[in-house]
Ligand binder design. Structure first.
Ligand SMILES: *[C@@H]1O[C@H](CO)[C@@H](O)[C@H](O)[C@H]1NC(C)=O
Ligand SMILES: *[C@@H]1O[C@H](CO)[C@@H](O)[C@H](O)[C@H]1NC(C)=O
Ligand SMILES: *[C@@H]1O[C@H](CO)[C@@H](O)[C@H](O)[C@H]1NC(C)=O
Length: 327
């Protein structure tokens, strides 16, 4: 009787401490290593064989985050509401990558499901931040275009601006040096470099004309333009941050520094590596400002980007590595 009691007591204790250790480990895990949700891009039918799946994320986006110890899970672009709101509660923020989605139908104006899902994420993030739960969003290339359409609530906010597989520097809005969260997080050396050297990589045929900020008041109310570029005689927004929300958008591709595909005409110098590193260091600090948590590491593992199918698809022309998913 006594022995039995002792045994169960000790067993109980062991179970308890191992469970609590597990819990502490996980708590610590996401406290030090935030988890970002990356929205997948729908694959083109003719690419399914190379992708191995129907939707994907370019590997360079995952590497960009992981270099700074930010973990990535995927959010299917066509996710249902139940799954979407479940995952949004567990991740620390969302990343909209570059891609080749027609965000809306040119003829009918109808929004792509990718855009509709993104709208839901955007409104969720705003509501969380409004309620004291700091919820960051990062958008690159297609991401800056997407978030401008959503904020303007008008697809006409998306203009045409072609600059493909080329590098440029950028003109920073000096008035914002001392008030922009993002600009303040960059060293003066990096700020100098991105203004003086052509290290920022562009690959786009659409963009956001600065003039749009006059046409669509909501844009000027919502964003500060941090930097601009002039391509084909038109000034476009190349970096912006939301005034009252942790939302940061870029027309150029800082993540491409981690992509070795030979026909990508990007800068691979230490300047680009340092720039990418300072950006993700800033994102990480932003992501760590909320307490969103997964229940277990296995829970993360089920949707970890890294566990996706290793495929490839064309970036410029040559193939770049992808993680593929079905949903
Ligand atoms: C906004 O957030 C609050 C607090 O988290 C929540 O109770 C409410 O349902 C949210 N509203 C919407 C429209 O999502
Ligand atoms: C966005 O536009 C749609 C269609 O024009 C309109 O019905 C809706 O009320 C607008 N939403 C906001 C938040 O302005
Ligand atoms: C920013 O702050 C620095 C140091 O406080 C100051 O010297 C500089 O003039 C400020 N720049 C602008 C554009 O306000």
């Amino acid at each position: 009787m006594f022995t039995f009691f002792l045994v169960t007591f000790f067993l109980g204790l062991c179970e308890y401490s191992s469970a609590s250790r597990q819990f502490l480990k996980l708590e610590k895990f996401q406290q030090e290593r935030p988890v970002i949700g990356i929205v997948t891009v729908p694959g083109q039918k003719e690419s399914f064989t190379d992708l191995g799946k129907t939707q994907y994320i370019f590997e360079m986006n995952e590497v960009f985050m992981s270099k700074q110890d930010i973990d990535s899970v995927f959010i299917p672009y066509n996710i249902n509401d139940k799954d979407l709101y479940e995952v949004l509660q567990k991740i620390n923020g969302v990343f909209f990558t570059g891609g080749d989605v027609d965000l809306y139908d040119e003829k009918t104006g109808e929004l792509h499901i990718y855009t509709i899902t993104s709208q839901k994420i955007f409104h969720y993030a705003l509501n969380q931040t409004d309620n004291g739960d700091y919820y960051p969003i990062i958008g690159i290339c297609q991401g800056i275009e997407l978030l401008h359409i959503i904020v303007a609530n008008n697809t006409q906010a998306l203009g045409w601006s072609k600059y493909e597989n080329k590098r440029a520097n950028t003109q920073i809005n000096h008035h914002l040096f001392n008030s922009s969260r993002l600009l303040q997080s960059l060293t003066s050396e990096v700020l100098h470099t991105i203004q003086q050297r052509d290290i920022l990589y562009h690959l786009h045929h659409r963009g956001i004309p600065v003039k749009d900020y006059e046409r669509f008041e909501k844009l000027a109310d919502f964003f500060h333009i941090l930097s601009t570029n002039i391509f084909e005689d038109q000034e476009i927004v190349s970096t912006a941050e939301a005034k009252n929300y942790p939302i940061y958008v870029f027309q150029y591709h800082p993540e491409v520094v981690y992509e070795p595909t030979p026909d990508i005409n990007s800068d691979k110098s230490r300047h680009s590596v340092t720039f990418a590193h300072q950006l993700t260091s800033f994102f990480k600090a932003e992501l760590l400002k909320n307490n969103h948590r997964f229940e277990s590491e296995e829970d993360i593992d089920q949707i970890r980007v890294r566990n996706g199918f290793k495929g490839k698809t064309s970036y410029v022309q040559d193939f770049a590595n992808t993680f593929g998913f079905d949903y």
